[in-house]
Design a protein around this ligand. Structure first.
Ligand code: ZN
Length: 353
């Protein structure tokens, strides 16, 4: 907060907010607008002090000496340095909490929420911050079951050719990891980072949101209709790239560490000859799976595919090995899911150490 010169109030670009200058308000807030002037809001003190500990503390200070309080239109004025657009979002949400409702899958949601969440955090609007985060966080699965459910939805969406999906791409209807990671770092929402980083690790940097979404008639845009996903790579910081590289390396190590023994192959074969055959075939199967993981960049999806294929008995393992293999694949996927925060070294885990 600052105490700008009273001349600021005289600028021709100064304006009263159309809806948020309430005649019965007992406090004026002003904030710099994009036209170079200031926007003035006339609001109610009790609303700010009820929601925000920072404003509550400010209003509880002993009254300043007469004549030293900045006044505007007959009431005290507080000049803020935050952008007027963000202050508008904040005040609108406080006066009408239904404004918080947003599509949590909207790939633009993190960008739309950024200003509001920054203010909610800075001025300690705890209930508001909690409401926004509680609504935003479920877009990024916390469990493998939720992740698989979202992936199934995405896969189903790709093959859906109903008319109302014709004009939309996967990028238009499912969350985008770059903006989510940016917001999570900025406003301390670490719980979305594991799923967002895993999601990002599947994408190549050549698929950049700004390039692919710039021109609808560009041939690059066509590939989005074929299911290509992109990310807002420019929103990531150097720490994010470090986490991403680390996670990818750890993921490769995880796949390499899988052996027939990991899946209980060779434990119940009827004789040594069968055991030898089963182990050899299982190793080939894992080698093949490893190559596919590298190609697809999606270890969880590839493992799920092999879990289902093995259940169908395509790979010639004995009955016991086939059962063990199929039973252990979900366990290994669970293990991988649990390891993801550590693999990507996301802040929530570092903070715990
Ligand atoms: Zn066997």
């Amino acid at each position: 907060m600052s105490s700008p010169l009273s001349d600021d109030c005289q600028s021709s670009d100064n304006t009263h907010h159309e809806r948020l200058y309430r005649t019965d308000g007992d406090l004026v807030l002003s904030a710099p607008n994009k036209h170079g002037g200031r926007t003035f809001y006339r609001v109610h003190k009790f609303m700010l002090s009820d929601h925000s500990s920072v404003f509550r503390d400010m209003f509880s200070l002993p009254p300043a000496a007469e004549g030293s309080i900045d006044m505007y239109d007959g009431v005290p004025v507080v000049h803020l340095t935050d952008p007027a657009g963000d202050i508008t979002d904040l005040l609108q949400t406080l006066y009408d909490p239904s404004q918080i409702i947003f599509d949590r899958f909207d790939p633009f949601a993190p960008l739309k929420l950024e200003g509001l969440l920054k203010l909610a955090t800075k001025y300690d609007f705890q209930r508001l911050r909690r409401s926004i985060i509680e609504h935003f966080v479920p877009a990024w699965p916390a469990t493998l079951r939720e992740w698989d459910y979202l992936e199934e939805n995405m896969n189903a969406w790709t093959v859906d050719d109903s008319p109302d999906t014709d004009s939309k791409t996967l990028d238009d209807v499912f969350p985008e990891p770059g903006a989510a990671i940016h917001l999570a770092r900025l406003c301390d929402i670490p719980q979305v980072l594991p799923a967002a980083f895993y999601n990002l690790s599947r994408l190549s940097q050549k698929y950049d949101w700004s390039h692919y979404h710039a021109h609808c008639f560009d041939s690059r845009y066509d590939s989005l209709y074929w299911g290509q996903r992109t990310a807002r790579w420019a929103l990531l910081c150097s720490e994010d790239y470090r986490c991403l590289l680390m996670g990818k390396e750890r993921m490769d190590e995880f796949v390499l560490s899988l052996s027939p023994k990991t899946f209980g192959v060779g434990m119940g074969c009827r004789d040594d000859a069968t055991k030898s055959k089963c182990s050899g075939r299982a190793q080939k199967l894992l080698d093949k799976m490893g190559k596919e993981c590298k190609q697809s960049r999606d270890v969880l999806a590839t493992m799920l595919k092999y879990e289902r294929t093995t259940q169908e008995g395509v790979f010639k393992l004995c009955y016991f090995c086939r059962c063990n293999f199929a039973a252990n694949m979900p366990k290994q996927r669970d293990r991988l899911w649990e390891m993801i925060p550590e693999m990507f070294k996301v802040p929530s885990l570092q903070a715990e150490h």
